[in-house]
Design a protein. Structure first.
Length: 365
DNA sequence: GAGTCGTGGGA
DNA sequence: TTCCCAAGACT
């Protein structure tokens, strides 16, 4: 590590940190986008935005953020909310553990810290869902504390500017960039410095075809000097997704209600709702009614096969064959899940693949 | 440290 | 179609 640090610091021999800070910050103050979470520096608003922005594009986040802040305007409001309502507000945004971790952490701030978001890395970083990046982002943006906030943008931008060739897909590589930012960050305006690096990555120093001719720090960029900006950063490839086949059945009772169930509290799509789903490597369409009887304790009659649903996750692909079925006896209560009217289904948080299924059942035959 | 955890958009 | 990606954290 000392070797790597020495190597890093050598890169600053011919590098003017002061001029770089000025060029970056002036550009940011001039060109920064007007975004909902930039209206003020309320630590709660900054916090929510940073959680939503994890692995998620700005354009995607904006409408979710506005709805969320309207519904849960304060730490108090979010702390007192029902978890299901929070998940409903998060519906469609993905990475749902973010929502549950956020509420968990907000509740801790409400009780342990008297509603004040901690202004130090030790306490902040212990909150659920607040990792190294988010800690630095909140401290610098909300509190003006000089602390690195190294995300994908920062690693891409600095890999080019400083010619850092470590694989940014490796977790430990982030530490190198944190060391670089610690050395480079403006003590006067760490907020604009950190946000400037990210804004630059989003608008100019993009992954493909960076707009170097428009770059405010072009003259500081080691990669541009050699014309190899497109070769950086170095990033190893991830694995391909595996396909998992499922059978999902929409069971309608005599009252026209549909059977839904809540997913487990841990794992994929935790605590969200869905239609009953069987692993298609273990259950065939012919066995479905029998499987359903075992799992849910109800007799059903499979009526028809609807359109298949395909959904690509980060690491899995779902191939879901969707079936429609009706109950055989009236008024029976299932062992698992609950029958819900079509109108009430809108009140439950569903992941996108099951939203796709819901689309189908409203189509008249 | 590698795997898990969503979604939508663009090349 | 396929691939990569986007302001990461947790286990």
């Amino acid at each position: 590590m000392n070797l790597e640090l020495d190597d890093l610091y050598n890169k600053f021999q011919q590098f003017s940190i002061d001029l770089f800070q000025d060029d970056l910050i002036n550009w940011f103050l001039q060109e920064k986008r007007s975004l909902p979470w930039r209206e003020n520096q309320d630590p709660y608003r900054v916090w929510v935005s940073e959680i939503m922005l994890q692995q998620t594009k700005v354009d995607t986040v904006i409408p979710f953020y506005n709805r969320f802040m309207e519904r849960f305007p304060t730490i108090q409001a979010l702390a007192e909310a029902d978890e299901q309502d929070v998940l409903k507000a998060w519906e469609g945004l993905g990475y749902y553990s973010r929502a549950r971790n956020l509420q968990n952490a907000v509740r801790e701030v409400a009780t342990v810290y008297d509603g004040q978001v901690p202004a130090n890395a030790e306490e902040l970083g212990k909150l659920k869902g607040v990792g190294p990046y988010t800690t630095g982002a909140i401290l610098s943006i909300a509190y003006g504390i000089p602390q690195p906030a190294v995300d994908g943008n920062v690693m891409r931008v600095l890999s080019r500017i400083l010619f850092i060739t470590e694989d940014i897909a490796k977790p430990k590589t982030r530490k190198i960039f944190e060391a670089a930012v610690e050395k480079m960050i403006s003590q006067e305006d760490p907020s604009s410095f950190n946000q400037g690096l990210m804004e630059l990555g989003a608008l100019i120093c993009t992954p493909k075809k960076p707009a170097c001719m428009l770059c405010p720090v072009q003259e500081h960029c080691a990669a541009f000097k050699q014309g190899i900006q497109e070769e950086l950063p170095i990033k190893s490839k991830g694995k391909k997704q595996r396909t998992k086949p499922y059978l999902s059945v929409i069971v309608e009772n005599e009252k026209g209600e549909l059977l839904i169930e809540q997913r487990p509290e841990e794992g994929l799509l935790a605590s969200l709702w869905q239609f009953p789903m069987a692993d298609a490597t273990e259950v065939t369409i012919e066995q479905l009614a029998y499987w359903f009887k075992l799992e849910y304790g109800l007799e059903i009659k499979v009526e028809e096969t609807l359109l298949p649903v395909r959904h690509v996750f980060s690491h899995i692909i779902w191939e879901v064959i969707v079936l429609r079925a009706t109950t055989v006896s009236d008024g029976e209560v299932p062992d698992k899940g609950r029958f819900v009217s079509r109108e009430d289904i809108a009140n439950y948080p569903f992941p996108v693949p099951h939203q796709k299924i819901i689309q189908q059942i409203h189509i008249p035959e």
